[in-house]
Design a protein around this ligand. Structure first.
Ligand SMILES: Nc1nc2c(ncn2[C@@H]2O[C@H](COP(=O)(O)OP(=O)(O)OP(=O)(O)O)[C@@H](O)[C@H]2O)c(=O)[nH]1
Ligand SMILES: [Zn+2]
Length: 463
C-alpha cells in the first residue's frame, strides 16, 4: 500500500490498495482500486502514461457513480452514455484515465435519496428543486478523494471530459490544473431533455453547441486531440488551423483570394466579393489567430477594409497600413473607428499627417525607410516584432504579398481560387520568376474546398 498523504487536502486516509487489469469493449485498461474514507472503494481505469510531465494534458473523466445510468442503462440522465463515450475517447487517444467516483451517487445524496428526488420530478419538479425540497444541497459531491487519486497517478494537469465547469473548479481547489475541458460526445434524448436543460439553465452545464469548443482552444494555442472532437466541423477546424495554433514565436502568413486566371479584382478595382462567404470566414479565422494584419494603403482605399474579426470568435488584430506617401484619406474606416488599434506606417519623407489633423487615440503613426520598391518586408516585420506583434498576416494587395513572398519572409501562404475568369484586372502574385520551371517555387502544400472555392496552403518554412 502506498501512503497518499502528500497533498494539502482532506484525503489522508486514501490508499491505493490493489492494481489489476480490465479488458473492456474499448480495450484493456490498468485498473487501480483505492480505499477512501469509510471503506468506500474508488476505481481508476488508466491507459498509457498519464503523468503530466510526460506530454500534453491527458484526457481525464471524473465519473460520478450513477447506478441507474451506468449499470441499468437509464435514459433519465446521460451518465451511462457519457461513461462509455469517455472510455472510448481515452482508448482512441491511447492515453488517459477515468476515475469512477463512489460516494457521488445522486450528486452526493445517495441512491435512495436520488430515487425520492426522481419521484418528486415525476410530479413536474426539476432536478435542483427536488434535492432542495428533500433538504439536500443541489450538489453535495466531494472531490477531495478524486483529487487524491489524480495526484497519486501524477495527473496534475489534465484535459477534463465534462460538461460541468464546476467539476473543474472543485478539482482546481485541490491542486489539479484543468488545462482544458471537453464535453463527452453524447447527444440529448427526449427522455433526458428536461433534466439536461435544467442543468444548463441552473447548474452552468455547457450546451451541446457550445462544446467542445475546439476553436477557443486553438485560439489559446492548444490543439485538442482528434479523438475528443464530436463533429466533422470541429475536426476540420483542428486539421486546418492546428499547425498555426501550435506555431510558437514569430510567424508570418499571407492570404489572397483570386480568380482562376490570377486576378484579385477587375480592372476597375472591383474585388470585394470575388471569393465566397466560406473563404471570408476562413480569412477572419486567420485574422483571429494573429497579432497584426498588414495591408497596403491601396487596398484600404479600394475596399475601405475594416480588418476586424467578425465572422468568427476571436480578438481583433492590430491593423497595420503600409502607406509610403501617407495618402490614406481621413475618412478611412481604420482611422475613424477605434474597435482595434491601427498602426499607420508612413515613409520617412512623407508629409506629416498630424499636421493636417491629429489622429484618434487608437491610431499610431510610425515612420520607416522606404525605397522605390516600397517598404522592405524585413523592416516592417522588425518594427512589428519590436512592438510585440509576432504573429503577422499579410492580407493584400497582390504587390504586397508578392514582395513578402519574394523576400522569403512568409512561413505560410494561403491562396483561395474562385471559379471565375476575369480576363484582365488587378494581378495577384507577380514576382521575378525563374526562367526554368525546374526552379519555380514549389513547397509542401495541402488544399481544401471552401464552398465553391479551393484554398491551397503552401508551407514555405518550418514554424
Ligand atoms: N440528486 C439527483 N442526482 C441525479 C439526478 N440525475 C442524475 N443524478 C446524479 O448526478 C450525478 C451526475 O451528475 P450530472 O449533473 O448528471 O453530471 P456531472 O457529473 O455534473 O457533469 P458531467 O461531467 O458532464 O457528467 C450522478 O451521480 C447521478 O446519479 C437527479 O435528478 N437528482
Ligand atoms: Zn445518471
Amino acid at each position: 500500500m502506498t501512503d497518499l498523504d502528500h497533498t494539502r487536502t482532506a484525503h489522508s486516509t486514501l490508499q491505493r490498495s490493489v492494481e489489476t487489469r480490465l479488458p473492456t469493449r474499448h480495450g484493456t485498461f490498468r485498473m487501480m482500486g483505492y480505499e477512501g474514507a469509510g471503506g468506500l472503494g474508488h476505481v481508476a481505469l488508466v491507459m498509457g502514461d498519464v503523468e503530466s510531465s510526460s506530454g500534453p494534458p491527458p484526457l481525464v473523466r471524473v465519473h460520478s457513480e450513477c447506478l441507474t445510468g451506468d449499470a441499468l442503462g437509464s435514459y433519465r440522465c446521460d451518465c451511462g452514455e457519457q461513461l462509455q463515450a469517455a472510455l472510448a475517447a481515452i482508448a482512441a487517444e491511447g492515453r488517459g484515465a477515468l476515475i469512477y467516483a463512489r460516494g457521488h451517487e445522486g450528486r452526493g445524496i445517495g441512491l435512495l435519496a436520488k430515487l425520492h428526488a426522481y419521484a418528486l420530478q415525476d410530479t413536474g419538479v426539476d432536478t435542483v428543486d427536488a434535492n432542495l425540497r428533500l433538504g439536500y444541497p443541489a450538489d453535495a459531491r466531494d472531490y477531495s478523494e478524486v483529487a487524491g487519486i489524480l495526484h497519486d497517478l501524477g495527473a496534475t494537469r489534465i484535459t477534463l471530459l465534462t460538461a460541468n465547469p464546476e467539476k473543474g473548479e472543485r478539482l482546481n481547489d485541490y491542486g489539479i490544473e484543468v488545462a482544458a475541458r471537453r464535453r463527452p460526445a453524447v447527444e440529448d434524448r427526449p427522455e433526458n431533455a428536461f433534466y439536461l436543460d435544467t442543468k444548463r439553465r441552473r447548474m452552468r452545464h455547457d450546451a451541446i453547441s457550445a462544446l467542445p469548443d475546439a476553436w477557443s482552444m486553438l485560439l489559446a494555442g492548444q490543439v485538442p486531440p482528434m479523438s475528443a472532437l464530436t463533429s466533422d466541423a470541429e475536426r476540420e477546424l483542428v486539421e486546418r488551423y492546428g499547425p498555426l495554433a501550435q506555431a510558437t514565436g514569430a510567424l508570418t502568413i499571407a492570404q489572397m483570394g483570386q480568380s482562376i486566371d490570377g486576378f484579385i479584382a477587375s480592372r476597375t478595382g472591383d474585388g470585394a466579393r470575388l471569393t465566397g462567404e466560406v473563404d471570408h470566414t476562413h480569412l477572419h479565422r486567420l485574422r483571429a489567430q494573429v497579432d497584426a494584419v498588414v495591408v497596403g494603403a491601396s487596398t484600404v482605399i479600394a475596399d475601405d477594409a475594416r480588418l476586424t474579426v467578425r465572422l468568427t470568435a476571436g480578438a481583433h488584430p492590430v491593423r497595420v497600413v503600409l502607406d509610403p506617401r501617407a495618402r490614406l484619406p481621413r475618412t478611412a474606416h481604420v482611422l475613424t473607428e477605434s474597435e482595434a488599434p491601427t498602426l499607420w506606417i508612413i515613409g520617412d519623407e512623407a508629409p506629416d499627417p498630424t499636421e493636417v489633423a491629429n489622429p484618434l487615440p487608437h491610431v499610431s503613426v510610425v515612420r520607416a525607410p522606404v525605397s522605390e520598391r516600397g517598404f522592405a518586408p524585413a523592416d516592417v516585420l522588425a518594427l512589428l516584432h519590436e512592438r510585440g506583434l509576432e504573429r503577422v498576416l499579410v492580407e493584400g494587395g497582390g504587390r504586397l504579398v508578392s514582395a513578402f513572398l519574394a523576400a522569403g519572409a512568409l512561413d505560410r501562404l494561403f491562396i483561395t481560387v474562385a471559379p471565375v475568369l476575369i480576363g484582365d484586372g488587378v494581378p495577384g502574385l507577380r514576382f521575378n520568376g525563374s526562367p526554368r520551371l525546374a526552379e519555380a517555387v514549389r513547397a509542401p502544400n495541402r488544399r481544401w474546398n471552401l464552398g465553391e472555392d479551393v484554398c491551397t496552403e503552401f508551407v514555405l518554412a518550418d514554424s
